[in-house]
Design a protein around this ligand. Structure first.
Ligand SMILES: Nc1ncnc2c1ncn2[C@@H]1O[C@H](COP(=O)(O)OP(=O)(O)OP(=O)(O)O)[C@@H](O)[C@H]1O
Ligand SMILES: [Mg+2]
Length: 271
């Protein structure tokens, strides 16, 4: 089920098929029911391909006062989805993304990613699955300051399973997809915030992850630059990339095709 990845060009694989036409109302459609797969999520066989599924997931942090950061969360992410999870500070968004990103484990419940039941996985196998299947974008970019743009994107593939011989080509392609080919030799400190985030997105997608996870991707950007980054995400999604964004920003939330609200650890899909 991982064959429908980012469309790519070049010698290592045949041209990707054209993106599937939307199965439902166009992007921006008013309501996406949880049982209703998003446009682009229709597999060749006609059924929606499930990419990730949280089943009754809770995450608590023990302490003097135990914090229930996630409460009984059910979520199905389909291939081709672009979903947002919006909520106030402390509502559990980052905890949610950490669980989805295999950076944290549920205290209770199941998490299946890319056909793999993650609960029983040993650390090494979790790390491997994370590197192969997931891409991350954070508010603070996390680019290496002493490496060029191109090197940053290359290094993002270090553990991705992408063959060495393909990495340079993949990095170039990823930078092209975020319109940053004119800055490949620059150092991150010389770039604007929006440019840095586009490089971080290129790094995250160069290994062709099944799922791109973003935590407040526009949190350090002004409104105009945020719009550019959201345009990049929308374009990547149109080309088939599955994206999940967590944010407190209603504008960022609205850019997604399926919208969820997080309140006090509980997740609810918005109509
Ligand atoms: N490692 C931890 N130990 C104890 N409590 C934690 C830990 N991580 C998160 N929490 C608690 O879990 C709750 C949810 O935190 P989380 O970081 O997921 O919120 P958030 O929605 O991402 O907030 P923000 O918008 O401020 O980033 C908070 O009450 C937080 O204090
Ligand atoms: Mg957070």
């Amino acid at each position: 089920m991982t064959t429908e990845r980012l469309p790519t060009v070049g010698p290592d694989r045949p041209p990707a098929p054209a993106p599937m036409p939307p199965a439902g109302p166009a992007p921006g459609r008013p309501a996406a029911l949880s049982a209703d797969p998003p446009p682009g999520a229709v597999a060749p066989g006609g059924g929606a391909e499930v990419l990730a599924r949280l089943d009754a997931v809770s995450r608590s942090f023990p302490g003097a006062t135990e914090v229930l950061a996630l409460r009984d969360v059910d979520l199905t992410i389909y291939q081709g989805d672009y979903l947002s999870i919006q909520g106030p500070s402390g509502s559990g968004k980052s905890t949610m993304l950490n669980v989805l990103g295999l950076l944290d484990r549920p205290t209770v419940g199941r998490y299946e990613l890319d056909g793999v039941e993650t609960g029983p996985l040993r650390d090494r196998d979790r790390t491997r699955l994370r590197a192969r299947a997931l891409g991350f974008v954070f508010q603070g970019f996390h680019l290496l300051p002493r490496r060029t743009v191109f090197e940053n994107v290359l290094l993002g593939m270090a553990y991705s399973g992408v063959a060495r011989g393909q990495r340079r080509w993949r990095a170039a392609r990823a930078l092209e997809r975020v319109s940053m080919t004119h800055r490949t030799g620059f150092y991150p400190t010389t770039l604007s915030g929006g440019e840095r985030q586009r490089v971080a997105i290129a790094r995250a997608i160069a290994g062709e992850p099944a799922l791109l996870l973003a935590d407040e991707p526009t949190g350090n950007l002004d409104a105009a630059t945020s719009g550019e980054v959201l345009d990049v995400l929308a374009e990547l999604n149109r080309a088939g990339l599955t994206i999940a964004v967590v944010t407190h920003d209603p504008d960022v939330s609205r850019a997604a095709r399926r919208r969820f609200a997080m309140r006090d650890g509980r997740l609810r899909e918005e109509a």
